[in-house]
Design a protein around this ligand. Structure first.
Ligand SMILES: [Zn+2]
Length: 416
């Protein structure tokens, strides 16, 4: 008797549920059956299919001390699938390979993305990083299936159309990035998605924090572009067209500096990396030389701050003030559990957090809002790429049946 479409759908969604639960917490089939309220027979059946596809395995039996046969724990096999996340994070293109469990397997970065980098170069660098990461994963785990590639881009991205609508940061307008990447990466995968880089950053941070403040979170990229990513009640908040979170263009100083968007005094033009460097140093100062590695330049700034250099400390103070004012508004609007500062704020964090906290404490509307923690990212420049990878690996978690059985001769031929 053949299964109806509904039965197939039901089986797929149950398969996805069992896999995601096992990835979250390895446990016995009996425990899983009780946790997800499904019969032991059905759970056993689904686990067997996941074993056949190489996505889970039975852990070595250990005797629990109780009478009878020990029940074996089912655990995920993270090395059975991987995805590749990329982010355009000026001045870098950053990549991360992520396994089935969302662990980072390998990271890479390459300079140089500037506003006027030819788009052919963006595609070529993205292709090169993706190919290298994929090869590196395959060398370690020859049976790993590539679930897909996701790319984070600053500014206005339309994820459903696969088009970068407007990204002044990398100089793209109405650019069909997904289509172009399919042409470039077609030999590797057809499963390519794009989203806002800060949204991906927020996804990575939410995963890192988990129940400890990750459910309602605001993430700031803190690069030359001041992107914001929002996770609300555990889910990325994208708005009606995917453009939500453009906090960098919140007007914070009407008499302020000209922004790339054409307005005056946006948050980005007051506290983005370029604005900060312009406050901290003269144009000929090496810290403003875009051809020098960004980390080296921030190290020089931190050394100056440590040494008490007045101009550096003043620049940090000014940025901290606008950062605190803007965050007060955002905390009032979104009521997050956690604000995560990324990009150059990570290394300047010790110098700016006191001013930021003071301003926030004075300006939020209720003491309840002060439970919001303001932290720096631990993922450095990789947050958006890692979040992109986590989002792409979902293609496997939500559709495990697309992964071939391990006995099949061509394990790479998954189609998501
Ligand atoms: Zn702007």
């Amino acid at each position: 008797m053949s299964e109806s479409i509904d039965q197939i759908d039901m089986r797929q969604s149950n398969l996805a549920l069992v896999l995601s639960e096992i990835i979250r917490i390895p446990r016995s089939r009996a425990q899983l059956s009780s946790d997800i309220d499904m019969t032991k027979g059905a759970v056993g059946n689904l686990v067997n299919e996941l074993i056949d596809r190489g996505l889970v395995a039975l852990a070595t039996a250990t005797h629990s001390g109780s009478v009878g046969r020990p029940s074996r724990v089912v655990e995920a096999v993270p090395s059975r699938a991987h995805s590749i996340g990329i982010s355009f994070s000026p001045p870098y293109i950053v990549g991360a390979a992520v396994d089935l469990a969302g662990n980072v397997v390998r990271e890479e970065k390459e300079t140089l993305v500037q506003r006027f980098t030819p788009v052919e170069d963006l595609i070529a660098i993205t292709t090169a990083i993706t190919t290298r990461l994929h090869k590196a994963v395959r060398e370690r785990s020859p049976r790993s299936v590539l679930a897909g590639v996701a790319v984070g881009v600053p500014d206005l991205v339309d994820p459903s159309a696969g088009v970068v609508r407007r990204s002044p940061t990398v100089g793209l307008v109405d650019y069909p990035l997904v289509e172009e990447l399919r042409l470039a990466l077609g030999g590797l995968t057809q499963t390519i998605t794009i989203d806002n880089d800060a949204t991906f950053g927020a996804i990575a941070e939410a995963r890192r924090l988990g129940a400890d403040g990750g459910r309602n979170l605001l993430y700031l990229t803190g690069s030359s572009a001041m992107g914001g990513g929002i996770v609300s009640d555990g889910v990325p908040f994208r708005g009606s067209a995917g453009y939500a979170g453009e906090v960098g263009h919140m007007i914070i100083n009407p008499d302020g500096k000209l922004c790339v968007c054409g307005n005056l005094g946006c948050w980005e033009s007051e506290i983005g990396l370029n604005a900060f460097l312009a406050l901290a140093a003269d144009p000929e100062d090496p810290v403003r030389d875009g051809t020098i590695d960004g980390n080296e330049r921030i190290t020089a700034i931190v050394q100056r701050a440590d040494a008490g250099d007045p101009r550096t400390l003043q620049a940090i103070e000014q940025v901290a003030r606008f950062l605190g004012l803007g965050l007060s508004s955002l905390i009032n609007i979104f009521n997050p559990d956690t604000v995560i500062l990324g990009g150059y704020f990570i290394r300047l964090f010790p110098f700016l957090i006191d001013t930021v906290q003071q301003l926030v404490s004075r300006r939020v509307l209720s003491d309840d809002l002060l439970s919001c923690r303001i932290l720096h990212s631990d993922l450095e420049m990789y947050a958006a790429a890692i979040g992109a990878g986590i989002s792409a690996i979902d293609a496997v978690v939500s559709n495990p049946a697309a992964v071939p059985n391990v006995t099949e001769t061509n394990p790479v031929a998954a189609s998501f």
